[in-house]
Each structure stands twice: as structure tokens, then as C-alpha cells.
Design a protein around this ligand. Structure first.
Ligand SMILES: Nc1ncnc2c1ncn2[C@@H]1O[C@H](COP(=O)(O)OP(=O)(O)OP(=O)(O)O)[C@@H](O)[C@H]1O
Ligand SMILES: [Mg+2]
Length: 339
């Protein structure tokens, strides 16, 4: 069955989240814009600490309180701004229309309830299923994510399961309520490669059947290449490049995107030493004037020191909607050279 991509279902515009710490107020999410269409998979990539998880939590309004607070922007879902929703309305959205698999499955499962209890609770909250058939739905959901002997496993508590099993249970809870949008934050990091590919195939099958839209947060460019239609590259709390997956891989415009791609080890290239991006991302409280990547950028010019680059459209062969925040794009033929 072919994938059908529809209208925009989720549009994040200039999202900003503040974090109050003992060294002052910081912005881990500082003007993030993203767009997701029905049936589409959007990948979010970027180095550790660049704000991927915080962006996901901000979309759903579940940032760690009281330290963090979403302070600006819009989260348009089916034409309504979720930032104007009451807590009660948001509770219906979370897990129902938009569900999330958290990066750390240890924190998303409750240690004092059985697995069966937690999956059935999610189904009872969001789906119209008779009470007596809740458990069989829960067992089906666990079977879907390849948990072995789910009839037995529903009686287990989270501490009786391995990290990979817990991650799959979190996945089962997230998809058991037939969401329209699934935000999956590194959902396969604790899974071995066989289970990982089964899990990713399952997500694709569900997507083809139901038109599910997915935001996939990952460090793994292999997963991005396999799963995603579009990609947003984040750096220091902002999206610096976004576009169709082929364009990002074949014609990256932002030097940071190329550097990330270069840090992926490949079998067909003989290298003496694995490449890693020199330098560190700027601290949230100490971003340089101008482009935030300029201190690490081999192509930096004087203008990069004074003004943060706007999003400039890339003219390319792989389709539209490819933009990058880099002054170099003023030259419409610019593609970051391979080093
Ligand atoms: N609960 C918290 N309290 C204080 N600071 C936090 C908290 N959660 C995240 N941060 C800070 O917010 C910034 C963004 O973190 P976030 O977790 O979104 O990064 P990430 O891109 O998901 O990284 P990773 O790839 O390691 O998961 C980081 O600087 C981090 O230190
Ligand atoms: Mg994260």
C-alpha cells in the first residue's frame, strides 16, 4: 500500500520555551517552526542538548514545571491553537489525538501498576471500548509491538521488564489509542536491530493504514533515511535547515547539516579517524552575536558575526520547502561542500 500524504495537520510557529535556572533565564526552544502533513513523517535531528525533547514537550504543553514554561508561539492542530487550550482540553488531546513516546521509558511507566493496568487505562481513557474487552485490546497492543507472551506480560510490573521491553510497552500505549499524530522521541534506542526494524515497520504499516502523522526524534540518520519524508535539523534551540529528506541528504545547504552527515560512519569510505564536529554548541546563556554556529563553521564570513541569518529558500532539484538559515544561501547554487 502506498503512503498518501494529505493536508497540514500540525503547524508549529515560532515556539519559545524558557527555563528558569540558578544562572538565569535560558531559552532551550527559541523560535522553533515545524510543519507536519497528514500521513507524513518528519524527522528532527541535532546534537544532544539542542532542544529536540524540549520542543516535543512544549508542543504538548508538558514541559518540566515550574522551571520551564512555554512563553511564545503557536501550535496549530487541525486549525486550532493548542496554546489557547485549557488543561482539561489538553488532557483529551494528549494520548488521544496526539500521543508521545518519551525518550526515557523508565519515567513514562508507573512503577506501582502492572503493564496491563497501564495499557488498559490508556485505552479506557481515549477509546470507546467495553470494559470487559479492555484487557484483550491491551494484549493485542502489546503483541503488535512484538512483546513475547503478552497474556503473561500484562501481569508484570515495569521493574520485571528489560529496558527494550519497557520502551515497546510505551510504544504500545502511544499507538493503542489510534492517535492522529505520534511524537516519538528516540523510541528505539534500547532496542536491538531486529526488534528495531520490526518496530519501525509496524509504525509504517500503521501509517499506511490510518494516515498517522509522525514526528520522529532521533540521532540515527539511517532511521531518518528509512522513515522520514521531511527533516528538520536543530541547533542550539532553533531549526537551522528543513526540507524533503532527499534534499537534506543530497544537497545540504547548512554547514551544520553537512557536518552532522559527515559524522555518520559509513562502510564504503575508508577513514583513519571518525569525523566529529569541532568545538561545542554554545551554552544557552552565552550564544554569540550573529549566527550561533559561526564559531564552528569553516565557511564563516564577517557578516555571520553580526546578524543571525534568516531562513533562505534553497533552489534545488528535490522539491520545494527546503530552507536553511545560512547567509551562504544568498548564492542560489550554494551546496555545502563535502570535506
Ligand atoms: N528538566 C530540565 N531541567 C533543566 N534543564 C533542562 C531540563 N530538560 C532539558 N533541559 C535543558 O534544555 C536543553 C535542551 O534539552 P533537550 O532535552 O531538549 O535536548 P535534546 O536535543 O533532546 O538532547 P538529547 O539528544 O540528549 O536527548 C538542554 O540544555 C538541557 O540541559
Ligand atoms: Mg532528548
Amino acid at each position: 500500500m502506498a503512503k498518501i500524504i494529505g493536508e497540514t495537520i500540525l503547524q508549529v510557529e515560532n515556539l519559545q520555551t524558557e527555563l528558569h535556572t540558578n544562572i538565569g533565564v535560558q531559552r532551550p526552544v527559541d523560535g522553533v517552526s515545524l510543519s507536519l502533513r497528514q500521513g507524513e513523517t518528519l524527522g528532527i535531528v541535532g546534537e544532544s542538548g539542542c532542544g529536540k525533547s524540549m520542543t516535543a514537550l512544549s508542543i504538548l504543553g508538558v514541559v518540566p514545571k515550574p522551571a520551564a514554561q512555554v512563553v511564545g508561539g503557536r501550535v496549530m492542530f487541525n486549525g486550532q491553537d493548542l496554546r489557547t487550550f485549557s488543561e482539561q482540553q489538553m488532557r483529551r488531546i494528549r494520548g488521544g489525538s496526539i500521543s508521545m513516546v518519551l525518550q526515557d521509558p523508565q519515567t513514562s511507566l508507573n512503577p506501582v501498576y502492572t503493564i496491563g493496568g497501564q495499557v488498559t487505562e490508556a485505552i479506557a481513557l481515549h477509546r470507546d471500548v467495553p470494559r470487559r474487552s479492555l484487557m484483550s485490546h491491551a494484549i493485542d497492543a502489546l503483541r503488535q509491538v512484538r512483546v513475547a507472551a503478552p497474556e503473561q506480560r500484562v501481569k508484570d510490573y515495569p521493574h520485571q521488564m528489560s529496558g527494550g521491553m519497557k520502551q515497546r510497552v510505551s510504544g504500545a500505549i502511544a499507538i493503542s489509542c489510534d492517535p492522529h499524530v505520534l511524537i516519538a522521541d528516540e523510541p528505539t534506542t534500547a532496542l536491538d536491530v531486529t526488534i528495531q526494524s520490526q518496530y519501525l515497520r509496524l509504525l509504517r504499516e500503521i501509517q499506511e493504514k490510518t494516515g498517522l502523522s509522525i514526528i520522529f526524534i532521533t540521532h540515527d540518520f539511517g532511521i531518518i533515511a528509512n522513515m522520514c519524508d521531511t527533516v528538520a535539523v536543530m541547533y542550539a534551540g532553533r531549526v537551522v535547515e528543513s526540507g524533503p529528506v532527499r534534499a537534506i541528504f543530497d544537497e545540504p545547504r547548512h554547514p551544520y547539516t553537512r557536518a552532522l552527515l559527515n559524522s555518520v560512519p559509513t562502510m564504503d569510505r575508508h577513514v583513519k579517524r571518525l569525523y566529529s564536529i569541532p568545538g561545542q554548541p554554545p551554552a544557552l546563556w552565552d550564544r554569540p552575536a550573529g549566527c550561533w554556529y559561526r564559531n564552528r563553521c569553516p565557511f564563516a564570513e564577517p557578516r555571520c558575526e553580526t546578524q543571525y541569518p534568516p531562513a533562505i529558500a534553497a533552489k534545488n532539484t528535490a522539491g520545494s520547502n527546503h530552507v536553511a538559515n545560512c547567509w551562504k544561501l544568498e548564492d542560489s547554487t550554494w551546496i555545502t561542500p563535502k570535506s
